[in-house]
Design a protein around this ligand. Structure first.
Ligand code: SAM
Ligand code: SF4
Length: 321
C-alpha cells in the first residue's frame, strides 16, 4: 500500500500517453506549443506497462489514461489490454475529447476499458468549434453515442467560462441527464498556457445558475473523487470540481505520470522525478523506489489560490489535467 506523508492512501495514477492534441482549447492549449516532446523521449507502451506493473504491485488500483488527446496514440487498445490482462479488476478509465471515439470505442471496450470522461464545453456548434478552434461538435457527440452504445460508462466534463458557455450549463446538464451520464463542472484553473482573457465561473455562480431551474441538495464530496456532488429532486447527481475549495486536497489519492516518464506528486507543483531511466534499464527496484519517493513528496495541499495558478509551469496537456 502507498501512503503519503499526510496519511492519505495513494491508489490512483493518471497516465498521460501523449501531450499532443487535435484540439486547441482556449483554456488548455490555444496554440500549438513551440515544440513537441521528441518521439524518442516518449516511453513506449511496453515501458509504460513495465512501470504500471510496479505501481499495481505497490497498491495502485485505479488507472486513468489521459493526455493531450490519448486517442491520437496508435495501438492504445493494445496498451489497455496489457493492463487488463495483468489485473482485470483495475478501475481502468480514460479522459478524451471524443473526436476519434466513434471508430475506436468498441475496440477499447473489448480491450478492457471500463469508463470514459468526455469533455463537452458546449452543445452549440459555433461555440464548441470556437473553444476548440476546430469543427468538432458533431463528431464529439457521435463519439459519445458510440461509447454509450458499446456499453462504456460515460461522464462529461465541462469548463464553464463567462461570456462563452455559461448560458449552457443547464443544457449540458440536461443532455447528460437524458443519457444517464453524470456531468461535472470544472472550475477554470488559471494557467500561463491558456488564453489571457478567460474568466471561469466559481462554484457559487454555477450553483446559482442551476438553482434557476432545479432544486438540489449538497451531498458532499464523493470518496476519493475531487468532485463535490449535488442531487436534484429526481435523484440525478451532478458534480463541481473546486480546485480552489478548502477541502479539495483532503482526500487526494493520486499521482501523475507524463508521457516522458516524469512522475508528478501534485498537479500544482513543478517537482517531479523520472522513472524513465530505471524502466529503460529494467531496474524495477529503482522504479519502485522513485514511486515511493514521489508519494512521500505529495504536498498536504495545493497553494493554487495564493499564486493565481502560476505555481506550476507545466501545462495541463502535459500532466493530463
Ligand atoms: N484531451 C482530453 C480531454 O480534453 O478530455 C484529456 C486531457 S485534458 C488536459 C483533461 C481535462 O483537463 C479535461 O477535462 C479538460 O477540460 C481539463 N482542463 C484542461 N485545462 C483546464 C483548465 N485550465 N481548467 C480546468 N480544467 C482544464
Ligand atoms: Fe486537447 Fe483536452 Fe487540452 Fe482540449 S482540454 S486542448 S482536448 S488536451
Amino acid at each position: 500500500m502507498l501512503i503519503d506523508s499526510f496519511d492519505r492512501e495513494v491508489n490512483y495514477i493518471r497516465v498521460s500517453v501523449t501531450e499532443r492534441c487535435n484540439f486547441r482549447c482556449s483554456y488548455c492549449m490555444p496554440e500549438k506549443p513551440f515544440s513537441w516532446v521528441p518521439k524518442e523521449n516518449l516511453l513506449s507502451f511496453e515501458e509504460l506497462f513495465k512501470f504500471l506493473k510496479v505501481a499495481i504491485d505497490e497498491g495502485i488500483n485505479k488507472i486513468r489514461i489521459t493526455g493531450g488527446e490519448p486517442l491520437l496514440r496508435e495501438d492504445l487498445d493494445k496498451f489497455i489490454k496489457m493492463i487488463y490482462d495483468y489485473k482485470n479488476d483495475i478501475d481502468l478509465a480514460m479522459t478524451t475529447n471524443a473526436f476519434l471515439l466513434k471508430g475506436t470505442a468498441q475496440k477499447l471496450k473489448d480491450a478492457g476499458l471500463k469508463r470514459i470522461n468526455v469533455s463537452i464545453d458546449s452543445l452549440k456548434e459555433e461555440v464548441a468549434n470556437s473553444i476548440a478552434q476546430k469543427k468538432v461538435l458533431k463528431q464529439v457527440l457521435a463519439g459519445v453515442d458510440e461509447a454509450l452504445k458499446v456499453g462504456l460508462k460515460v461522464k462529461v466534463n465541462m469548463v464553464p467560462m463567462k461570456g462563452v458557455n455559461s448560458d449552457e450549463l443547464i443544457d449540458v446538464l440536461e443532455y447528460c441527464k437524458e443519457r444517464k451520464m453524470s456531468v461535472r463542472f470544472i472550475e477554470y484553473m488559471e494557467n500561463s498556457h491558456a488564453k489571457d482573457d478567460i474568466k471561469g465561473l466559481k462554484s457559487p455562480e454555477l450553483l446559482e445558475i442551476i438553482a434557476s431551474k432545479y432544486n438540489f441538495k449538497d451531498v458532499g464530496l464523493e470518496a476519493s473523487s475531487p468532485s463535490r456532488y449535488f442531487e436534484l429532486d429526481d435523484g440525478y447527481k451532478f458534480g463541481i470540481i473546486e480546485p480552489y475549495g478548502k477541502d479539495f486536497c483532503k482526500s487526494c489519492n493520486r499521482i501523475r505520470l507524463t508521457a516522458e516518464g516524469q512522475l508528478i506528486p501534485c498537479l500544482y507543483f513543478d517537482e517531479a522525478m523520472s522513472i524513465s531511466d530505471a524502466i529503460k534499464r529494467g531496474n524495477i527496484d529503482e522504479a519502485a523506489q522513485v514511486l515511493k519517493e514521489v508519494v512521500k513528496n505529495k504536498p498536504e495541499e495545493n497553494r493554487w489560490d495564493e499564486n493565481d495558478g502560476e505555481s506550476s509551469s507545466r501545462a495541463f496537456y502535459e500532466t493530463g489535467g
